[in-house]
Design a protein. Structure first.
Length: 139
């Protein structure tokens, strides 16, 4: 799994925002609450494009109720290490129904759109973070 130490080595200090880009989401992907622009890590563009395409193709885009952000320099909830949001390689969705430590409500089909596109899902963790998807470690 991708860790904050790996992100620090690859992208530098979060405050420098070295790998961050303002991605102008193609208009054919702007369905439902998918944003028009996302400030994210450049490495997120290809996997997010694929995940959005899958959400649209499978109809799961209807389940996307809220887009709850990507880049945010902060520590992980309940931990002293930096959240992967600090490097813009994680997103949160439907946070009101998928709170940290609570049972996730996203459907398996919705989750698969992301896990088939290069993301790990926080809903699988021992303390679930069901709103959270982050880039897989490709090393
Ligand atoms: Zn998150």
């Amino acid at each position: 799994m991708l860790t904050s130490a790996m992100c620090l080595a690859k992208y530098g200090k979060p405050e420098l925002e070295k790998a961050m880009v303002l991605w102008d989401v193609p208009s054919h992907l702007e369905i439902g609450v998918i944003p028009k622009r996302i400030y994210c890590n450049r490495d997120m563009i290809a996997p997010l494009t694929q995940a959005f395409q899958k959400l649209i193709e499978t109809g799961h885009v209807k389940e996307l109720k809220t887009w709850d952000g990507c880049f945010n320099i902060r520590n992980k909830r309940g931990a002293s290490s930096a959240s992967l949001h600090s490097w813009g390689v994680a997103i949160d969705v439907n946070s009101a129904w998928n709170g940290f430590g609570k049972k996730p409500t996203l459907s398996a089909g919705f989750v698969k759109c992301f896990t088939d596109s290069g993301f790990d899902w926080g809903g699988m963790w021992s303390k679930p973070d069901g709103m959270h998807f982050q880039l897989k470690n490709e090393a």
